[in-house]
Design a protein around this ligand. Sequence first.
Ligand SMILES: *Cc1c(COP(=O)(O)O)cnc(C)c1O
Length: 390
Amino acid sequence: MLEKRPDYLPFGKPDFTDEEIAAVTRVMKSGWIGMGPETIAFETELSEYIGAPEVVTVNSCTSALFLALLVEGVGPGDEVIVPSLTWCATANAALYLGATPVLCDVDPDTMSVTPNTILPLVTSRTKAVIVVHYGGLALNMAELRAALPDRIALVEDAAHAMGARYPDGTMVGASGNPVCFSFYANKNLSTADGGAVALFDPEKAERLRSLRMSGLASHAWSRFLKPSSAFSFGIAELGYKMNFTDLQASIGRVQLRRLAHMAEVRKQLADRYASKLAKLHNFIRFQSEALTLRHARHLLVAFFELHDIGIDRDELVLALRAQNIGASVHYGPLHLQPLYCRADAAPLPNTDLLHRGIVTLPISAAMTMEDVDYVCAHLETILMQKRKTR
Ligand SMILES: *Cc1c(COP(=O)(O)O)cnc(C)c1O
């Protein structure tokens, strides 16, 4: 009999050390916790790491996606193509601007968009496409750019993909498109909440810096440092309050230094899953490329062929959770949610198929090999017992 572990194993857990705690303490004691020098230093370090000349931090990836579409000129009446298999924030970015999200299908192996799943939905009203580096698998942006008309803006939702590499070997974020990252609690690089847009265009970057801070022309902290300019706000456009803070940046700077180590842990865990579950290959296949450098292994998504087992996907997730395994589903497709479904929408057969079988297994830099072995042992037991009792 397999024992049940006493503690719950979440599907994603932040990995913090005394270094992050010391950094927060240092910034708290400095007396400046809002957006300031620490935020600027984090942006500079991210820019060097990613290889994108401009990085603008914001309070979430949701805000990053919204502001990226805004500077790309998306507005009322426009259509924005996004995958249905994503977090709602991807589509909401279009809705906030009065545009219509048009939901597209994905390839069943990569679980990601391709030129073939996007192109049939392009119309004269298509203003932008937001692609998602699903699970952490970096898409081939050169191929997507070449397939789409020049007038259509490409925005990348890289919430899962910090540290992944495009097929040409460059880092995700260095494509020249606006690339949006998330530093949410369970993401690969976490600051509790937060996000960033990496881009190449200095004018769009300057506009983003203003838009995130109530439309102010200069930063609050630079006014603080230069009291002589304290009264010239230079507000020329309606902005938002979507800035990052130095408290968060202090965590992010340490996380960025530790990212290579955390990525290596994720890689070893993913490899362990693959070898432990190899004998179940008739029932389980992982998102393709999940073991390559193109993948940041944010989500370890497996597709379960459950037809011969006599259990459905939701039952499998609940059976795992009953053993304190934080299995999850990414995502309930948007075309099945009331807010986004449209009567005239194109069918999305691959997304529907994936939805019946995808399960996210726990993976995080805070996990151990023993945790993986525990998940795999229970997974095997559940599948084999169900098959026998059928
Ligand atoms: C987490 C996530 C977001 C939103 O990130 P926040 O920082 O929480 O706003 C957007 N898209 C995808 C695919 C995500 O996983």
